[in-house]
Design a protein around this ligand. Structure first.
Ligand SMILES: *Cc1c(COP(=O)(O)O)cnc(C)c1O
Length: 314
């Protein structure tokens, strides 16, 4: 297998991120709940995209890009962090975002305004149209450009989360469960592949906050990331488990997600977000209620960030 360290990376974050036990929530749920603080990755207001961007923007630089494009919803955390990372690296960045959702100058839109980011809204839900628009803008700009997919979720970006599991393993504790939000798939695929490599015996659970075919997406991304790493590890959908927490729709808050946001704020002084981590934590609570965790189990919840979303609820 190829070493993760053989892939070029730019340094954007502060690692390792801490792992903390949530004493009050653990007592409430009757198991041991820990949180991996990837909301403290050290770029912008933190979040999971920092780890992916360390690999993706190194690739952009290696290819000689001077202009970086990415896309997502109007309040995309990934887009905001891509703009922040590009600013640090001296790359020009243009965000081509979907017009649907909260486009007011709040949340991530406000942060992008503060950074002076070039944001273009397109009135489509079709990513093929969006990537075409990037090619049009790129040709017009006359600069070598690099297109990062929605959420940074391709095989290279997923390596950021394979690496995160290596980091967790090095932090020394064993975990029975690893729980995360799944929005575009790269984080979950990286964690599931990383667990096979570095934390065998840890069950990885993805809480789906959108309605895409995540079983297929996750497995495809795992296989592509494994191919980059040149490992022949047998992979299957049995390597992870998924749960539907989307509720009324992607980026539309749900009652159980909001309850989780309030619970963690009130009991732990920890702020989740209504789009990803609140819904994901609601899934963890459901699992506890269904008796999935033994009192002695250790459950690690990935806090993947999303602070901007707290200030942009519709
Ligand atoms: C993007 C995002 C996720 C989901 O990660 P994917 O790799 O897109 O599945 C989870 N939480 C937050 C806060 C995010 O911004």
């Amino acid at each position: 297998m190829k070493s993760l360290d053989s892939f070029p990376r730019v340094s954007l974050g502060v690692f390792p991120t801490p792992i903390q036990r949530l004493d009050n929530v653990s007592a409430l749920l009757g198991t041991n709940v820990y949180v991996k603080r990837d909301d403290l990755t050290g770029l912008g207001l933190g979040g999971n995209k920092t780890r992916k961007l360390e690999f993706l923007l190194a690739d952009a630089k290696a290819q000689g890009a001077q202009l970086v494009f990415t896309t997502g919803g109007a309040q995309s955390n990934h887009a905001m962090l891509t703009a922040a990372a590009s600013a640090r690296l001296g790359l020009k960045c243009i965000l081509v975002l979907k017009k649907r959702g909260v486009t007011d100058c709040v949340g991530n839109q406000l942060l992008e305004k503060l950074m002076g980011t070039d944001v273009r809204f397109v009135d489509t839900d079709d990513y093929a149209d969006i990537y075409e628009e990037m090619d049009r803008i790129g040709a017009e700009a006359g600069l070598p450009y690099y297109k990062i997919p929605c959420g940074g979720s391709n095989a290279l970006g997923s390596l950021g989360y394979v690496n995160c599991v290596r980091e967790i393993a090095a932090q020394g504790e064993h975990f029975d469960f690893l729980v995360c939000a799944e929005g575009s798939g790269g984080t979950m695929a990286g964690l599931a592949l990383g667990a096979k490599l570095f934390l065998p015996g840890t069950r990885v659970c993805g809480m789906m906050v959108d309605s895409d075919p995540f079983e297929r997406i996750t497995l495809e991304l795992m296989r592509e990331a494994a191919a980059l790493l040149e490992t022949e590890l047998p992979l299957s959908a049995a390597d992870f488990e998924l749960r539907d927490l989307c509720g009324p729709g992607y980026a539309i808050p749900s009652a159980e997600g909001n309850a989780a946001v309030s619970l963690l704020a009130a009991r732990e002084g920890l702020f989740l977000d209504p789009v990803y981590t609140g819904k994901a934590f609601a899934g963890l609570i459901q699992m506890a209620e269904e008796g999935r965790f033994r009192p002695e189990d250790k459950v690690l919840f990935l806090h993947s960030g999303g602070a901007g979303g707290l200030f942009a609820v519709s």
